[in-house]
Design a protein around this ligand. Structure first.
Ligand code: SF4
Length: 83
């Protein structure tokens, strides 16, 4: 849902998250407890692990400095560490 719906990039058509609900990849608008966040991110990253477009998804998120969510198997903190 992250890369699959929110971009117009060509790789999105092959995304493993195309039919997944965004709530797996993005935090809720209200607060999220640490345990809930850990579990949500674990589920999202498991989907990313078997995604055929993981690298272009991650490249895109890093390039646009995407501030939220799991993209390419990484959360926003992990992506910032790449820069
Ligand atoms: S790497 Fe993850 S977030 Fe990116 S398109 Fe694939 S499943 Fe979706």
């Amino acid at each position: 849902m992250a890369g699959a719906v929110l971009t117009n990039e060509r790789w999105q058509t092959r995304a493993a998250c195309r039919d997944r609900h965004a709530s797996v990849f993005f935090p809720p608008s209200q607060g999220e407890r640490n345990n809930d966040r850990s579990e949500r991110e674990r589920l999202a990253k498991a989907i990313c692990t078997r995604c055929p477009v993981r690298q272009p998804c991650l490249d895109y998120a890093v390039r646009i400095r995407e501030p939220y969510g799991i993209w390419g198997g990484m959360n926003e903190v992990e992506r910032r560490l790449l820069l």
